[in-house]
Design a protein around this ligand. Structure first.
Ligand code: HEC
Length: 223
């Protein structure tokens, strides 16, 4: 019973007030929690829409795709109003973006705006230049990436530990950014030398582990 010790407290705060305050807190907590849950649900719904409608041009998690569409993550210059306008109206031009305003209902547009705003605001400074789920310097992740690389990629073209394969070596290639590597692994490469896309075969996390390993190789001196 809360009342007994309170009654023995010196006059302040008044027990009645405190009780009202506690009651208010108990009433607002579930509300705050459900608002947070609703926001999470909106983000998740926005993400799944984005993955269906937008990644073909903007890349997974909005990392951007060279020659197709700009990066959307970590873009503090994009505000929600502008994001909404682009989604609704699209944009004409050499690289066009289709307008979605007539195709999607208002709630869906809201969720996409919420998700893209979240991507745009996410601060990746701690994780490197991109939206990585863990630090790319994490030794265990690098080791996991190395194992997968030697199992999956080395035999294909790249040579054990990324050296001496049919594709260019990775050692000393510090110019390859995390985003570029992620994008290339996810989407593959067309052109004279075709690299298959791995986006469907490997989870986001597994791809980032490969990126961690390749960044690690890139920082080593070239042979
Ligand atoms: C057919 C390719 C394509 C698709 C699909 C596409 N976009 Fe775009 N998007 C673009 C291009 C190209 C631009 C850059 C337009 C410009 O400013 O010239 C762009 C720009 C944007 C911008 C503004 C970014 C900036 O730097 O100015 C946002 C926000 C955006 N798209 C969100 C989305 C969302 C959300 C979806 C999915 C509903 C989507 N896009 C689907 C091609 C696409």
């Amino acid at each position: 019973m809360i009342r007994y010790p309170l009654a023995r407290c010196h006059a302040s705060p008044r027990p009645g007030m405190l009780r009202r305050w506690i009651l208010q807190l108990l009433l607002t907590l579930p509300l705050a929690a459900s608002a947070a849950l609703a926001a999470d649900a909106d983000l998740a719904a926005g993400k799944s829409r984005f993955e269906k409608l937008c990644v073909a041009c903007h890349g997974k998690a909005g990392v951007g795709r060279e020659g197709r569409a700009p990066r959307l993550q970590q873009r503090p210059d994009l505000d929600a109003g502008f994001i909404r306008q682009r989604i609704v109206e699209g944009k004409h031009g050499e690289h066009a973006m289709p307008p979605w305003g007539t195709v999607l209902d208002a709630a869906t547009v809201d969720r996409l705006v919420a998700y893209v705003s979240w991507l745009a605001a996410r601060d990746g400074a701690a994780a490197g230049a991109t939206l990585t789920p863990f630090s790319l310097d994490d030794a265990e992740r690098i080791a996991a990436g190395r194992k997968r690389f030697n199992k999956t990629c080395a035999g294909y073209c790249h040579g054990h530990d990324g050296v001496g394969g049919r594709a260019p070596d990775f050692r000393g290639r510090s110019e390859l950014t995390a985003q570029f590597l992620y994008d290339t692994i996810y989407h593959g490469r067309e052109g004279a030398d075709v690299m298959p896309p791995w986006g469907d075969a490997l989870s986001e996390e597994r791809i980032w582990e490969l990126v961690a390993f390749l960044r690690h190789l890139g920082a080593l001196p070239a042979d």
